[in-house]
Design a protein around this ligand. Structure first.
Ligand code: A3P
Length: 369
């Protein structure tokens, strides 16, 4: 009887120890699961904040959006407080690491751009940026920041500008695009003051086509407003003389030679890549190979990433990891109006000598000359 009692107590003790151990293990497991889930949620939130609005990414291709990428300007300021030496160090580090894997335990931070697509507006700047963003070693700035061409933004300083950049790893290139920098007289000097070794990209399209494309953009912009936009033929003419109004800013933008001259006076030619807009539109992969090489990137973009879409009539983008596809938005690749022949003629006559000057400046012909 006593013997049975002792055995019984021993069994109870054993059960107690076993239960406590089991309970503690379960609690540890639950804590571990909660912290892992929490950690993952935090990482996803960081991704969401970083890529919100771009609808686009690389290993981060989790938040894929079919909606049109928003473009717009922002607020910004004084460019004297930035540590240029540090930026230079970062830039060299990024360049030297381009052929290695994304560092796993490294924190992403915002970096000043290593490359800026400075123009020209309506020449395919959005398409180029979005194509490049498919390369895992590129981080594209989704919005047009318009920092260097806006005095009040420029006053905010380079630190403000840096914080507008999406976070990236040290082996990624950050690319901003603000095509209105092209015709802004102070922009080459201001960008050079930030980093004189920065790489710049300029896309050039037939100047008349570019002008018409710009006009189509205004049509779209003003269609539901009180502002009346005259027909194209009137818009480009001086109402008093009936001649071309060559003082219209949009007409001036297409005088490429003048603006490129300004860029060349601040940057060596090897730092500025001129991209033929027509070639980029027709066969993007050939042009993108040149851009990747210019940026010091290993060739990456291929048919896996870009394909021709019959319905859109343009190339569209494919996420090679998920297979999801996406075309640029409605405002890219709009149909153009038919312009009266004599006005077209006058415009080409106006641009021909400027194109000739451009040819002499570049030392070669563009496909659309
Ligand atoms: P249109 O709308 O006149 O056809 P930007 O992005 O600099 O504003 O340039 C817009 C132009 O990009 C479009 O002008 C279009 O011709 C050109 N483009 C080039 N590749 C494109 C693409 N894959 N999808 C849409 N438009 C593209």
């Amino acid at each position: 009887m006593v013997h049975f009692h002792v055995k019984h107590i021993r069994m109870d003790k054993f059960k107690l120890v076993f239960s406590v151990t089991l309970f503690v293990s379960m609690m540890a497991l639950i804590c571990f699961c909660i912290s892992t889930v929490n950690d993952t949620l935090q990482k996803l939130e960081v991704y969401r904040q970083q890529y919100h609005g771009s609808g686009w990414d690389f290993h981060r291709k989790v938040f894929w959006s079919d909606s049109e990428t928003k473009e717009g300007t922002h607020l910004s300021g004084e460019a004297s407080d930035y540590d240029a030496a540090n930026f230079e160090k970062e830039y060299k580090l990024a360049a030297s690491k381009l052929n290695i894997e994304i560092p796993e335990n490294e924190e992403k931070i915002s970096r000043l751009p290593h490359c800026i697509i400075v123009g020209v507006s309506k020449c395919g700047t959005r398409a180029l940026l979005e194509y490049l963003d498919l390369n895992p070693y590129v981080t594209a700035v989704p919005r047009e920041i318009n920092f260097f061409n806006n005095d009040s933004l420029y006053k905010n300083g380079l630190e403000w500008y840096r914080q507008e950049m999406p976070a990236s790893y040290s082996n990624q290139i950050t690319i901003e695009k603000s095509p209105d920098y092209f015709e802004c007289p102070e922009c080459p000097r201001r960008i050079s003051a930030m980093n004189k070794t920065i790489k710049l990209i300029i896309l050039l399209r037939d100047p008349v086509e570019r002008l018409i494309s710009q006009y189509m953009q205004f049509v779209d912009k003003y269609q539901n407003t009180d502002r009346k936009l005259p027909p194209f033929e009137q818009w480009v003419r001086d109402p008093k003389t009936g001649e071309l109004n060559t003082r219209i800013p949009s007409l001036q933008v297409s005088i490429y030679a003048d603006h490129i001259h300004n860029w060349y006076s601040y940057f060596p030619r090897k730092q500025i890549l001129i991209v033929d807009s027509h070639k980029l539109t027709k066969s993007p992969l050939t042009e993108l190979a040149k851009v990747e090489s210019f940026l010091g990137l290993d060739p990456f973009l291929s048919e896996k990433d870009i394909y021709f879409n019959e319905t859109k009539g343009f190339h569209c983008l494919r996420n090679r990891y998920t297979g999801k596809t996406r075309c640029l938005g409605r405002t890219k690749g709009r149909p153009h109006i038919e312009v009266q022949k004599e006005v077209l003629h006058a415009l080409y006559n106006f641009y021909n000598p400027h194109n000739e000057r451009l040819k002499n400046l570049l030392g070669y012909w563009m496909s659309w000359f």
